[in-house]
Design a protein around this ligand. Structure first.
Ligand SMILES: *Cc1c(COP(=O)(O)O)cnc(C)c1O
Length: 357
C-alpha cells in the first residue's frame, strides 16, 4: 500500500517502532522532559516567540479547534470566519454551538481570499478572526500576509487552523502576530491520529486565563498550568506523544522546519510537473505544498479513488459532498518519495491505457 492521503499518512520506521513498544507510565520526570522538548520544537518550527505556550490535547484536530474557540472567545466577541470548504464550515458550526457571534466570508471551492473580501470588515468592530490557513477540502492555501496585515490594522485576535499546513508550508507565528496556531499529529507530523496541538501567544494565554468557560476536559487554563512542568491534567495518548518526540527530533536533525518544508515542496513539485498529460485540472487558485486537488475531467473522481485503492494498492484522498464525483486529492506529506510518485503516475498511465480516464 502507498498512502497519498492527507492523513493519517505514512510514518517513518523509527516512529512506527515506538508504536510497537509498551506504553510507559507518564507521571515521571522522564516523560515531562519529553513533553518540554516537544513544546520547544513545536515553537521553533512555527517560528513562535519565547513567551508562547503549547498545549497537547488528546483528541483529533477538531478537539483543539473547539477547545480554542471555547477558551479564547465569548459572547462579547464579534468573530470573522473564512469559510471556503468543510473545515471553514467546521469553525462556523463550532461558533454556532457555543453561541459566539460571527460573520462569514464564504468562498467558492478553490477560490483564494482577496483584499476585496476583507474591505467591508475594516473598522467594523471585528474582535477575532478564524481561518484554516490550508482549507484541505479544496486545497486552497490562504495568503497569511494579507490576513496578518488586516488583523494587525484592526487589532484583531487571530486564530489559525494550520492542521494540514504546519511543516508543509512556512508558518510565521510571531511575525504574523498569530495568537493561536492549531495542528494535529496525523498530517505533516506523520504520526498516528489522536493528539492535537494548540500553540498560544501571550495574548492568547491571557484570554484563556480570563475565560469563564464551563468545561472539564477542554479547560485550557488547567492544561497550561500542567504544561509548565511538562504534564497534562488527564492521561494523554502517551505513545503518540513519544512518537511525536521522535519525529520532531528527526526533523531537527535533518535541518529543521525549513528543510522539511523543502522536502515536501519537492515532492509536490515533482508530482505537479508529471500530471500535465492526464485529463486532470488543478482546482485551487493557491496551493499548499501538502496536497494537490485534482478535478477529474473524463471520469468520476470517486471511481478513480476506488480503482486505485482496490486494483493498484494506492490510496489517494476522495472528496465528500458535492465534490465527490469531481475532485480527488493527492497528498505529499508523510514518508513518501519521488519513486512513490512514479508508481502513482504509472497507475494513471495504466488507467489511460484502459480508457478509464
Ligand atoms: C485534518 C484537518 C482537521 C482536523 O480534522 P480531525 O479529523 O478532527 O483531525 C482540521 N482542519 C483541517 C484544515 C484539516 O486538514
Amino acid at each position: 500500500m502507498i498512502n497519498f492521503t492527507v492523513g493519517p499518512v505514512q510514518s517513518s520506521k523509527a516512529v512506527r517502532k515506538i508504536g510497537a513498544e509498551q506504553v510507559p507510565y507518564f507521571r515521571t520526570q522522564e516523560f515531562s522532559d519529553v513533553m518540554l522538548e516537544n513544546e520547544r520544537l513545536i515553537k521553533e518550527f512555527a517560528n513562535a516567540s519565547d513567551d508562547s505556550k503549547v498545549v497537547f490535547l488528546t483528541g483529533s484536530g477538531t478537539a483543539s479547534m473547539e477547545a480554542t474557540v471555547m477558551n479564547t472567545l465569548s459572547k462579547e466577541d464579534k468573530v470573522l470566519i473564512v469559510n471556503g470548504g468543510s473545515f471553514g464550515q467546521r469553525f462556523v458550526d463550532i461558533c454556532q454551538i457555543h453561541e459566539i457571534p460571527h460573520d462569514i466570508i464564504k468562498l467558492e471551492a478553490g477560490k483564494a481570499l482577496k483584499q476585496k473580501h476583507l474591505e467591508k470588515y475594516e473598522n467594523a468592530g471585528i474582535t477575532a478572526f478564524l481561518v484554516n490557513v490550508h482549507e484541505t477540502s479544496t486545497g486552497v492555501h490562504y495568503d497569511m500576509e494579507l490576513i496578518s496585515e488586516f488583523c494587525k490594522r484592526n487589532n484583531i485576535f487571530l486564530i489559525v487552523d494550520a492542521i494540514s499546513s504546519f511543516l508543509a508550508d512556512n508558518f510565521e507565528m510571531s511575525k504574523w502576530n498569530v495568537d493561536v496556531m492549531i495542528t494535529g499529529s496525523q498530517k505533516a507530523l506523520a504520526c498516528p491520529p489522536g493528539i492535537s496541538i494548540i500553540l498560544l501567544s501571550q495574548r492568547a494565554v491571557d484570554r484563556v486565563n480570563d475565560s469563564k468557560v464551563k468545561t472539564l476536559y477542554f479547560n485550557l487554563k488547567s492544561a497550561l498550568e500542567n504544561a509548565k512542568r511538562g504534564q497534562t491534567p488527564f492521561t494523554p495518548a502517551v505513545g503518540i506523544l513519544l512518537q511525536i518526540n521522535q519525529r520532531l527530533k528527526e526533523i531537527e536533525q535533518s535541518g529543521g522546519q525549513v528543510s522539511e518544508q523543502e522536502k515536501i515542496e519537492k515532492q509536490a513539485r515533482d508530482f505537479r510537473d508529471r500530471i500535465k498529460d492526464f485529463p486532470f485540472e488543478i482546482v485551487s487558485e493557491s496551493l499548499s505544498n501538502a496536497v494537490t486537488p485534482l478535478r477529474a475531467l473524463t471520469a468520476s473522481a470517486y471511481d478513480i479513488f476506488l480503482i486505485l485503492k482496490d486494483e493498484y494498492g494506492i490510496w489517494v484522498t476522495p472528496n465528500g459532498g458535492e465534490l465527490r464525483e469531481k475532485v480527488f486529492r493527492v497528498g505529499h506529506i508523510g514518508e513518501l518519495t519521488v519513486d512513490d510518485n512514479t508508481k502513482l503516475i504509472e497507475a494513471f498511465e495504466d488507467l489511460k491505457a484502459r480508457n478509464i480516464i
